[in-house]
Design a protein around this ligand. Structure first.
Ligand code: CUA
Length: 156
């Protein structure tokens, strides 16, 4: 039998026990609470993305009472549409794609932070509770005009 010092044995036991507890908790949440990592992977051909609905006419569309779909196309180096006005308290379903390279879509001081990859449709739902001007920026380095890539949401 190997001689393991007492403190080492205690730490080993604690370490293994915490791994077992973590795995049990993760398994429990996945099975009984139905929690999974996001696996939504809607794809689109980047060569025809801007001529395919809904990306052929980007903008805000009402889809229910106080609920909107916001379609955005990002390209080197702009957002379409440029400035978006939305009513405050409305539920906004972002739908974003790009025909060229990887971009980001971040709205500082909110939870909106997406990675926009050619060939994929990125979706996120967010409700702007406070009225005001929100900055939209690209937070993935996409080329020489990256720092100029911004847009605006006006919540009124
Ligand atoms: Cu687009 Cu950085």
């Amino acid at each position: 039998m190997i001689n393991i010092p007492r403190y080492e044995r205690i730490w080993l036991t604690l370490g293994i026990a915490s791994i077992v507890i973590f795995l049990l908790l993760t398994g429990f949440m996945a099975v009984s609470m139905n929690l999974h990592p996001p696996n939504h992977m809607e794809t689109i051909d980047p060569r025809t993305a801007t001529t395919t609905a809904p990306f052929d006419s980007p903008g805000l569309r009402q889809i229910g009472p106080n609920e909107y779909e916001l379609v955005i196309v990002e390209r080197l180096f702009s957002f379409t549409p440029d400035t978006i006005t939305i009513p405050s308290g409305a539920k906004i379903h972002f739908k974003v794609t790009t025909p060229d390279v990887v971009h980001g879509l971040e709205i500082p001081y909110t939870n909106v932070n997406m990675m926009v990859v050619p060939g994929h449709i990125t979706e996120y739902t967010y409700t702007f509770k406070k009225a005001g001007d929100y900055l939209i920026l690209c937070n993935e380095y996409c080329g020489t005009g990256h720092h100029l890539m911004l847009s605006r949401i006006v919540v009124e």
